[in-house]
Design a protein around this ligand. Structure first.
Ligand code: FAD
Ligand code: SF4
Length: 510
């Protein structure tokens, strides 16, 4: 039997059971394909990071004796679609069995199932052996329940894996220390410089360019903040434990003009490409916490574990539970288009300018910037969720649909009508002012609703509540805000709505 085994660009799991034996009759197939660079316009750092990581992975397999066929993006014989590449390899190498690992995107899952249904040889799908849960575990967990509350899933996962537990009780007596994760960053503690991985990527960038791949954003050709090999991922994890875990929870929701990374781990690309597993990230961090309990408090590690063991597994489960219908949901009936400044960062709103520019320069913004600045603004201006989704899917280093879509369309745009979030994440400028120093150097005044210098978030917020109130009339979590809305005198509300309409119709002027 001669086997062909496909490894996709986000399946770089060197601990997968496929690799425990070296078999001269098994060929591993890897390909940098135009089909993957063209379904959305990606950030240049994302394309480069994936290709660089794939090349490193392919080389590491070969170096221990596995047989690898690797197509680079610029290779003359690269056929650029899975159908063509798989068919050609089966033919050329007289393959008798085709294997693949279950993809995490619906699009690729569908494509591979279709390909296999047309093959004349047997095929088999394997688990990717990366996540804590299987695709359907979240759906099964919530079977028969009305609401899919992350917290109950997270508690179950803590118990199942016995992380931060004292017997059947959570360490410290409280499951979720989110309320301790809300400090504003005012320079109280210094933030270490990020690890930079030096690499020469000029040739790779050239190959990407001559292959006609269209990208967004910028890249430094010598130094990279993204790890692209397993060794670098482990280095990034150690760096996080030694330097950032200490304050991870404290400043998780903070934003600052001069500190784009704060205490965030920047491990999402390492995990989403599967170069490291969530299990080893969580267990390494817990073991570091355990041996440094005199320095690191429980709220730091609990916050970190919750993101990975809780949110990351949960959103993946929601994706598989709800796809393919999830991709077209637009529960709040939003139809506006993205303004140009999402592609340039040129806006007078300091918070948006900082969050968007940083996304274009680093292919990164942390969770609260994605949720409460860019996502918040997109929802308040009632942009079509397809447009918002596409932007997030393209711009971020870690954006793969299974994790990007539930976060964007669901958590941030409420386009799923409340499957993932119990209420929309919207706020006026006061929340942004509370959690950041953006407002103090902004062209706009965060305290004003009306007038030329009024913070756009303020009128947009009340206008959004008023425009969309029919969607929230049965949502008790929105009752307080709708009561406040009702108390605004009609004349004032008219002025607020006129102002908001002007902003929405002239977004590029703001
Ligand atoms: P840290 O703050 O250090 O958190 C540690 C890890 O927890 C992350 O690496 C990530 O793996 C996990 N995590 C934290 N929050 C979430 C979450 N809500 N969902 C899933 N995992 C989470 N994450 C992606 O990996 N890809 C995306 O495309 C993506 N798109 C997002 C879009 C929006 C609108 C929002 C609000 C969030 C999105 N997230 C996405 C989740 C989160 O913002 C990123 O995982 C995080 O910012 C990555 O940076 P970090 O590694 O420094 O994270
Ligand atoms: Fe953003 Fe408004 Fe603050 Fe300016 S004043 S930074 S627009 S929230």
């Amino acid at each position: 039997m001669k086997k062909l085994r496909l490894i996709l660009g986000d399946q770089l799991n060197s601990n997968h059971s496929w690799f425990t034996e070296i078999d001269k009759n098994t060929i591993y197939l890897m390909a940098e394909m135009r089909q993957e660079t063209a379904y959305v316009k990606h950030h240049i750092q994302k394309v480069a990071a994936f290709f660089m990581s794939m090349r490193n992975f392919g080389n590491s397999l070969e170096s221990v004796g596995h047989k690898v066929i690797y197509f680079k993006i610029s290779d003359e014989h690269n056929l650029h679609t899975l159908e063509k590449i798989i068919a050609a390899c089966i033919d050329t190498h007289q393959i008798t069995q085709f294997d693949y690992q279950l993809p995490d995107e619906y699009r690729l899952d569908f494509q591979l199932k279709t390909i296999c249904s047309h093959l004349k040889i047997p095929s088999k799908a394997y688990d990717s052996e990366h996540f804590f849960t299987r695709r359907n575990d979240v759906a099964n967990f919530f079977d028969g329940k009305k609401q899919l509350i992350m917290e109950s899933f997270y508690r179950d996962m803590r118990k199942k894996h016995h992380y931060l537990m004292n017997g059947s009780q959570p360490e410290g007596g409280i499951w979720n220390l989110d309320k301790d994760n809300r400090l504003k960053y005012k320079g109280q503690v210094s933030i270490p410089e990020p690890v930079l991985f030096s690499k020469k990527i000029g040739t790779l960038i050239y190959e990407i360019e001559i292959s006609g791949v269209q990208t967004i954003g910028t890249i430094d050709r010598e130094k990279f903040i993204w790890p692209t090999s397993r060794a670098e991922c482990l280095e990034q994890l150690d760096y996080f434990c030694e330097n950032l875990l200490l304050h991870f929870g404290d400043y998780e929701d903070a934003m600052h003009t001069d500190e784009k990374f704060l205490f965030h781990s920047r491990l999402s690309f390492a995990m989403n490409s599967k170069m490291i597993s969530p299990k080893e990230v969580v267990e390494t961090a817990i073991s570091y916490y355990t041996s440094h309990q005199n320095q690191i408090s429980l709220s730091q590690i609990e916050g970190f574990v919750r993101q990975i063991l809780g949110w990351r597994e949960y959103v993946r489960g929601i994706y598989w539970k709800e796809m393919p219908g999830y991709a077209t949901k637009n529960a709040l009936e939003n139809y506006n288009t993205l303004p140009n400044f999402y592609w340039t960062g040129k806006t007078k709103m300091n918070c948006m300018q900082k969050a968007i520019s940083q996304s274009l320069v680093d292919a990164y913004a942390h969770h609260i910037q994605r949720l409460m600045i860019i996502g918040n603004f997109s929802l308040l201006t009632q942009i079509h969720p397809d447009e918002v989704d596409k932007w997030y899917l393209g711009v971020y280093i870690d954006a793969i649909e299974w994790v990007e879509m539930p976060n964007t369309r669901g958590m941030s745009q409420y386009a799923d009508g409340g499957i993932l979030a119990t209420k929309p994440y919207v706020s006026s400028g006061s929340y942004i002012n509370k959690m950041s120093n953006y407002c103090s150097s902004c062209h706009y005044n965060v305290k004003e609703k009306l007038g030329e210098k009024a913070c756009p978030f303020n009128s947009l917020y009340w206008n959004f509540l008023d425009d969309k109130k029919k969607h929230f009339k049965n949502n008790h979590r929105m009752a307080m805000m709708l009561n406040l809305l009702n108390k605004i005198p009609a004349e004032e509300l008219f002025e607020i709505k006129t102002k908001a309409r002007h902003i929405i119709e002239n977004l590029n002027e703001y």
